[in-house]
Design a binder for this molecule. Sequence first.
Ligand SMILES: [Zn+2]
Length: 384
Amino acid sequence: MSAKFTQLVENAQHLLAHLPWPAEYEKDTFLRPDFTSLDVLGFGGSGIPAGINIPNYDDIRQAEGFKNVSLGNVLTSGYKDSKITFLLEEDKALYTKYKLSSFEVQVGLHELLGHGSGKLFMEDSDGKLNFDVDSTTNPVTKGKVTSWYKPGETWDSKFSSVASTYEECRAECVGIYLCLLSDVLKIFGHTDDTADDIIYINWLNMVRAGLLALEFYSQESGKWKQAHMNARFVILRVLLEAGQGLVSVKKIEGEDGKPDLVIVLDRAKIISVGKPAIGNFLRKLQVYKSTADVEAARQMYSYYSDVNDQDEPKFLHLRSIVMDRKQPRKLLVQQHTYIENGKVQLKTYEATPTGLIQSFIDRFPSSDIQDMVCSLMDKERPYF
Ligand SMILES: [Zn+2]
């Protein structure tokens, strides 16, 4: 994987030029990220990410650059044996075949060119601007740039509660937008027919994720509980809004007689309808970000994040079906290493809830954790 990522970074300058914003909105020079692919032997935490991109502080990324660590074997182990919901029968085989390779393209673009792209317009403490206010136009208003980050303001301080999901959405959009370039697909070894299939499955995976995202929306509080899933729902809504039969969510009767859903993507319309729709949306995401226009950003983002039954398709109703069909959460049982007679030994556990709990107890051998786990088990509550 890392050789492909190296090539992606080496071609960054020319690939970034394809993004749907004027050159002034791109960093003066792309700061080559430092990145590594690691295979995880054990990960001490309640969840394992597929990749880590640091730092999160965008003002530091602007000048210092960033670092990406891909946890290579997490993807392959996490995707085994999962039941594929909400797809047409004819899509399932292709989805299974290309899910991993299309996700590899999306992750590379998301992490390296997604989070790595775009410039913030800033004023330093001497009143100097890092862009030319006379010659730079705002492609959304077509007027001049009238706002930017004042001394002491950062992306996080300005965008606060929406910063994380908004930025994830921008990176996801960069992924599905740039995966349409044959130069990108070639880097990942996909040409001709495979390239088309990779594009289709990447987009299909995105719209399906947008539907599955409803699991992470709390109807009680009216809030999203996970930044990436909010972002994918927003993308689904943008693509539904594009109309012309690009995406549709159909209600059907499942094999069990209960209501079910299928998400249908017309692959012939990805370039003609999907690309301009995502391009326009992504341009706004970037322009509002560059110009510190948090009001416009919030207004747009909350519009697409809204889960209601007034608009078609009735999202709250769809959510009830998604919740009924919810699959058990995936768990990764962690192995451990220990030293015996001066040699490193590997201890593995069976792939069951018992194995998972035993692994946790061995990893965190304090009595607090044992008490906690045991009291949960005593209650005979299926916590894990
Ligand atoms: Zn991200």
